[in-house]
Design a protein around this ligand. Sequence first.
Ligand SMILES: [Zn+2]
Length: 120
Amino acid sequence: MHIFDSDKSPSSDGFAPFGVYTMDIEEAQDLIRRIYLERDKERGMERTLLRTFQELAELSDAIAKEKLTEEIEAEVADVFAWVISIANLLEMDLGKTLLRKYNNACSRCGKVPCECIDTR
Ligand SMILES: [Zn+2]
């Protein structure tokens, strides 16, 4: 089940309807676009990349300090949201690109699971 199942538009209050608990890549990219695209454009790519690195540092810190699972998960969500902002600034379709690059297998060796010897 996904948010905005019927028409890809938010409910009147902007939140996912009751009982809806996940979203796919396209929905996530659309959500982040609607919330942040104008601000992302004002900030620009260079500073958006910098903020993404900062969020990754916060995630690294949360893991290193063995913070609560929900805090670590929130940091992962932040990193993902910033990566989506980069995708939005590039006007790319993240879901289609992921599928094209990782089409049901490792993008390099073509195997599931990956059998590359230099990625451990
Ligand atoms: Zn591989």
